[in-house]
Design a protein around this ligand. Structure first.
Ligand code: HEM
Length: 177
């Protein structure tokens, strides 16, 4: 396989990871509001949340491994964990690293939740909003396909959906868990 194939793989897996994480954040936020009640019961949304959350890992790992193998991208293993070190697109790619780090911590702490203090766990879990915003701008600033009308429409609709859910949570409060 050559650089071109690795680049295609990086783009496909990056976009799929974005889609999966969008669903994960939307379902997670919906769990705490009553806005999607007409669509599904909390239990079904919880299942969707639990199912979509770990899916991002193999996709994002393939995304970064493909970029490590694509010599044109000039990404080093350190760039995957430490932001802003690349010799081009520091902000665009650094935001990808920040989102990777945050979402990794959120995912791992979800697995060990029972051993953690609940307040600490909740605050760590809430950083996923920051991770998602970083991811959105990472994709918007560095992506090749992200400018395509269909991808762009889906991504902006997701952002709008999150904003509406967030607003409804502030206005109507939260459902009992
Ligand atoms: C949570 C982890 C990550 C996700 C979900 C993710 C997702 C994405 C998405 C959706 C795109 C746009 C694809 C396109 O429009 O074609 C993209 C592009 C890119 N990402 Fe990531 N990313 C992540 C982490 C990283 C990390 C850690 C790095 C490198 C340190 C990185 C480097 C890049 C580069 C270089 C591009 C541009 C590829 C191109 O030329 O189109 N990403 N990423």
């Amino acid at each position: 396989m050559g650089d071109l194939e690795f680049w295609f793989i990086a783009r496909i897996t990056g976009l799929t990871a974005f889609a999966v994480l969008s669903l994960s954040v939307l379902s997670g936020e919906a769990l705490r509001t009553s806005v999607l009640d007409f669509l599904a019961k909390n239990r079904a949304i919880r299942k969707l949340h639990d199912f979509t959350t770990p899916l991002w890992l193999p996709l994002a790992l393939t995304h970064v491994i493909a970029l490590l193998l694509d010599k044109t991208a000039r990404i080093t293993p350190l760039d995957v964990f430490w932001p802003f070190l690349t010799d081009y697109g520091q902000l665009a790619i650094g935001l990808g690293t920040i989102s990777f780090d945050i979402i990794l911590v959120v995912t791992v702490t979800s697995w060990i939740r029972r051993y953690m203090n609940n307040t600490l766990w909740t605050w760590i879990h809430r950083t996923s909003y920051i991770g998602f915003v970083a991811l959105f701008f990472h994709a918007a600033l560095s992506g090749t396909d992200f400018d395509a009308p269909l991808v762009s429409a889906l991504a902006w609709s997701t952002a709008a959906g999150l904003a509406i859910l967030g607003l409804s949570r502030i206005v109507w409060g939260r459902l009992p868990a």
